[in-house]
Design a protein around this ligand. Structure first.
Ligand code: ADP
Length: 307
């Protein structure tokens, strides 16, 4: 596998605080990597360093074999970056918006590029609709179309589906997978666990530090967490009582059942034993959300450290 993104030690400081702290990330060509982490953990800053918009204070690496330090202009040309706030002209049609973007970037073969992007993202039949009248999901699609006009080899998508309904999110992800099949490499930040599970692999960052990396299954296995599901009358109401007991890192109602997890199976079992009379406990698999909450709880906030 060739690495499309291979960066290491990326560090960025703002106003004396370290917001990205020696982050390393490798994403192979044609893979979809989900980038997760709480708000303010440094995802956007990392994405902006990878696409050459921000210069790291330390660290480096390559993007498509180009050096992050010396080839930033060449890197930018090969990347499609979709920010959280993309600007569309509501009173222009879908086609006109794409044509406008193509003009701004002085792209050649404008008509052919716009047609190809419309086709690729299933927008051809709506090409003449006003962008301002589109639903959130279709607007995202248009924004994605605008990102691929210059035929990039990497897409960096910053929370592309925030606020979009589940059906539109699903369709958006189908589009991302179609692009990956054509060898596009995608690094996409998201807060949605179902989206994380649609990625080939994930990276989790908190307080500017990369804390987990791998496939969903690998990240769950590496967490060393164990989980139990409790079923019985009122099991779901025990969360507050059980959470925080020794050996329990998290307790949450899943419908009428209770989901608990912790780092030691025996300690976890002992913690819930007092409710054995009314609740039946069964071993279950920790969720990605369990793992992220646990990582967060154990991470230290270095964002106020002055370097
Ligand atoms: P995320 O995308 O994970 O929400 P960001 O990368 O946007 O996180 O932000 C990480 C931290 O860096 C936040 O505390 C944010 O306020 C700070 N930050 C981001 N950009 C700047 C900037 N240009 N100047 C100062 N602080 C910034």
């Amino acid at each position: 596998m060739t690495a499309a993104i291979d960066v290491h030690g990326l560090t960025k400081r703002f106003g004396g605080g370290t917001v990205v702290d020696q982050a390393s990330l490798r994403v192979d060509a044609g893979r979809i990597c989900g980038f997760l982490g709480p708000n303010g953990s440094g995802k956007t800053t990392t994405l902006r360093m990878i696409c050459g918009l921000l210069i790291p204070d330390a660290g480096g690496g390559t993007v498509l074999g180009l050096d992050l330090g010396h080839d930033r202009q060449a890197i930018k040309r090969q990347i499609g970056y979709m920010t959280q706030k993309f600007g569309l002209f509501g009173d222009l049609s879908i086609r006109e918006n794409l044509d406008f973007v193509a003009r701004v970037y002085s792209l050649d073969r404008r008509r052919a590029r716009v047609d190809a992007a419309l086709e690729q993202l299933g927008l051809a039949t709506r090409a003449d609709q006003l962008a301002g009248k589109l639903s959130g999901g279709w607007k995202q699609r248009l924004a994605l179309a605008a990102c691929i006009l210059h035929e990039p080899r990497i897409l960096l998508l910053d929370e592309p589906t925030a606020g979009v309904d589940p059906q539109a999110r699903r369709e958006f992800w189908d589009q991302i997978h179609d692009l990956a099949k054509q060898d596009m490499t995608v690094l996409v930040s998201t807060h949605y666990m179902d989206e994380a599970e649609r990625c080939h692999e994930i990276a989790y960052i908190a307080y500017g530090r990369m804390l987990a990396r791998g496939t969903t299954e690998e990240v769950i296995a590496a967490s060393g967490l164990y989980a139990l599901t409790g079923e019985g009358p009122g099991a779901d109401r025990l969360a507050r009582e059980i959470e925080g007991l020794p050996g329990v890192s998290l307790a949450a109602p899943f419908g009428t059942r209770l989901h608990v997890c912790g780092p030691d199976p025996d300690a976890l079992r002992r913690a819930v034993a007092p409710w054995d009379g009314r609740v039946h406990w069964k071993a279950s698999t920790p969720t990605l959300e369990d793992v992220f909450i646990d990582l967060m709880q154990n991470a230290t906030d270095n964002s106020v450290v002055v370097n």
